[in-house]
Write a protein that binds this ligand. Structure first.
Ligand SMILES: [Zn+2]
Length: 201
C-alpha cells in the first residue's frame, strides 16, 4: 500500500496557505509518494473560485496556469507522483459548468457540499441543527445521483460546525449505496478531528 494525499489546497484556492511547490517539498519531506492538488472550483456566489479568469486581485484562478504549474513541478519533483484535480462544490447545481470541467484532463474530481440554503454551511442563521444536517445530506445524495465525479469529499463535514453530529442511518445508507453503484470513492478526511496545518476544506 502506498500513501497518497488526495485532497490538497494551495494558494490557487481562497483558503490555501501553501504554494504547490511548498506542498511538493513537504510531501517529499514527510514521505508521501503520491499527492493530488484539488483546488476549489466553486460557482456558489458566496465563495466564487471558478478558474480561467486571470485576475490576481480576486480569488479566481487560471486553469491553464494551474496545469502549467503542475507540469513544471512534475519535472522538478519527479521522485513523487503529482496528480492534478479539483474540488467542485455543489456539482448538481452547476451541471453545465461541471461538464465543462469534467472534459478537462484532470486526474481526479472531488465532489463536495459546502453550502446549504445558498450560503456556507449551515447556511442560515439560527437554523436548527437537525434541519441543517438533513439538508446537507439531501444535497450530497442529489450531487451523487446527478453527477459523475471520482470521490465524495469530507462526508462528515457538518461535524466541523456541530458537536452532536447526528445523521440518520436511512440517508447515510442511501448515500453509501448510491456511491457504491457509481463507483464513487469515500474520502478519508480527518480535518474534522485534527488540527490540520493547512486548510483542508
Ligand atoms: Zn471541501
Amino acid at each position: 500500500m502506498r500513501l497518497a494525499d488526495m485532497h490538497i489546497h494551495t494558494t490557487f484556492s481562497p483558503d490555501g496557505k501553501s504554494s504547490m511547490e511548498e506542498q511538493c517539498i513537504k510531501a517529499i519531506e514527510i514521505g508521501i509518494p503520491i499527492i493530488c492538488f484539488t483546488d476549489h472550483v466553486d460557482f456558489n456566489s458566496s465563495e466564487i473560485n471558478v478558474g480561467r479568469i486571470i485576475n490576481k486581485a480576486s480569488t479566481n484562478f487560471d486553469v491553464s496556469e494551474y496545469f502549467y504549474e503542475v507540469n513544471r513541478l512534475r519535472r522538478i519533483y519527479n521522485s513523487i507522483q503529482i496528480l492534478i484535480g479539483i474540488e467542485f462544490s455543489e456539482p448538481h447545481l452547476f451541471p453545465t459548468e461541471f461538464e465543462d470541467y469534467s472534459s478537462m484532463p484532470f486526474d481526479y474530481i472531488l465532489g463536495s457540499i459546502h453550502h446549504c440554503y445558498g450560503s456556507v454551511f449551515p447556511g442560515a442563521k439560527n437554523i436548527e441543527e437537525s434541519k441543517a444536517i438533513d439538508e446537507y445530506y439531501n444535497l450530497m445524495l442529489k450531487s451523487i445521483q446527478t453527477c459523475e465525479f471520482q470521490a465524495m469529499a469530507h462526508i462528515d463535514f457538518p461535524r466541523r460546525y456541530f458537536d452532536n453530529w447526528n445523521v440518520s442511518d436511512t440517508i447515510m445508507d442511501e448515500i453509501l449505496n448510491a456511491m457504491i453503484k457509481k463507483d464513487i470513492i469515500l474520502e478519508v478526511n480527518t480535518s474534522s478531528i485534527m488540527n490540520a496545518s493547512d486548510d483542508v476544506v
